[in-house]
Design a protein around this ligand. Structure first.
Ligand code: PLP
Length: 398
């Protein structure tokens, strides 16, 4: 019956993680998958999360959540993404549901858009997170790219990006990452965001923000700036967010999808269709993670503790970026490696080619993904020498 089913070559990033785990060399560094590791090289359990988990009453039955998720969790998502006092939240113009991480938000959002905007096509940055193609394209959206990364300057091809956005048809969907762009680590400045927001509003397109790294760029509020700015301007848009990274709750599948509408009546209608989309997909979201997140965000003391932990993670990433820059500078004084400190979030586009990435992995046990993207959140003082040494070797001009 299933003979004709082709074998799955595996997801390139997840397969690489597997290869890393099987690699028995004593000195190795995993800088491939988007996971935050602490200074000890471990995926942390945040103290705020641990305390919230301890406070969960285990005698409460494991009932189904409603399709849209728990009400408290949904309210706390909206407050984290937009801020409790945001005009769109106050006017009840935001329809928020619990999704299976940021990935679930992309899938439910894409299904919703495909159903109610069947003629709309999607524009996405070149390059982008590889799984965007699977999830959004898989939901049937026709995908195009707009210019983003400029290898010559290690910055944004801003003029070309703006020119492409200026050409978009009304109701086109534009996927944007508000902070910590995956895979490049390059974000628009606030001035550039303002200009981008103006074009999107003028062209009457549908922004779809994918915010997987809130807090890892400049701060929890700062990173959501463009989302809050556009929602305050009255833009109708979608925002996916995730607690996978900033609460280190990867496997609990805690994320959200918020659709900002023009009126609260519209938000009610949209919420209903989001519920219907969830029902058709997986019926309802998982309970445990949302109880933990609500425990953190709903308690002022734990929330403050969490915010401080996010700051700590962000600072550690910045420190590691600076340490790698110095390590490379000491070994290759003529090479410009400033981009390691100007890029934001968990990733850096190193500019290394496939052959260099292969050498790093095969000869030195340093794992990057094949595009040359490095997860800088995998650096620690324990592996910095190995990484700086081996990178300097492959980066050395011939
Ligand atoms: N969007 C981007 C840009 C990501 O990098 C990721 C995770 O790597 C996601 C969405 C998915 O997040 P989650 O793991 O919460 O599904």
């Amino acid at each position: 019956m299933f003979k004709h089913i082709p074998s799955y070559p595996g997801d390139p990033i997840l397969s690489l993680m597997h290869t890393f785990m099987k690699d028995d060399r004593p000195h190795k560094a995993n800088l491939s998958i988007g996971l935050y590791y602490d200074e000890a090289g471990k995926i942390p359990v945040l103290k705020s999360v641990e305390l919230a988990q301890q406070r969960i009453d285990e005698s409460v039955p494991h009932v189904y959540l409603p399709m849209e998720g728990d009400n408290t969790y949904r309210r706390l998502i909206a407050e984290t993404v937009f801020g409790a006092d945001h005009v769109a939240v106050k006017e009840q113009r935001v329809a928020t549901i619990h999704t299976l991480g940021g990935s679930g938000a992309l899938k439910v959002g894409a299904d919703f858009l495909k159903t109610y905007f069947p003629d709309s096509e999607l524009w996405i940055s070149d390059p982008t997170w590889e799984n965007h193609y699977n999830i959004l394209g898989g939901a049937g959206l026709v995908m195009h790219t707009f210019p983003y990364y400029d290898p010559a300057t290690n910055g944004i091809r801003f003029d070309e990006m703006m020119a492409a956005l200026e050409q978009l048809p009304a109701r086109a969907i534009v996927l944007l990452q508000p902070c910590c762009h995956n895979p490049t680590g390059i974000d628009p400045t606030r001035e550039q965001w303002t200009a981008i927001a103006d074009v999107l509003l003028r062209r009457n397109v549908i922004p779809f923000f994918d915010m997987a790294y809130q807090g890892f760029g400049d701060g929890l509020d700062e990173d959501a700036w463009v989302v809050r700015h556009m929602a305050a301007q009255g833009a109708a848009m979608l925002v996916g967010n995730s607690f996978s990274k900033n609460m280190s709750l990867y496997g609990e599948r805690v994320g959200g999808l918020s659709v900002v509408c023009n009126t609260s009546a519209e938000a009610g209608q949209v919420l209903g269709q989001l519920q219907a989309t969830v029902r058709k997909n997986y019926s309802s979201p998982p309970l445990f993670g949302s109880r933990v997140v609500s425990g953190v965000l709903g308690d002022p003391e734990l929330r403050a503790m969490w915010a401080a932990e996010v700051t700590q993670m962000r600072k550690r990433i910045h420190e590691m970026r600076a340490a790698l820059r110095s390590g490379l500078k000491a070994r290759l004084p003529d090479l410009d490696v400033e981009y390691f400190v100007t890029q934001r979030g968990m990733f850096s586009y190193t500019g290394l080619g496939q052959a260099q990435v292969d050498t790093l992995r095969d000869e030195y046990g340093v794992y990057l993904i094949k595009s040359g993207r490095m997860c800088v959140a995998g650096l620690s003082h324990g592996n910095l020498e190995l990484v700086a040494d081996s990178m300097a070797k492959v980066m050395q001009p011939a």
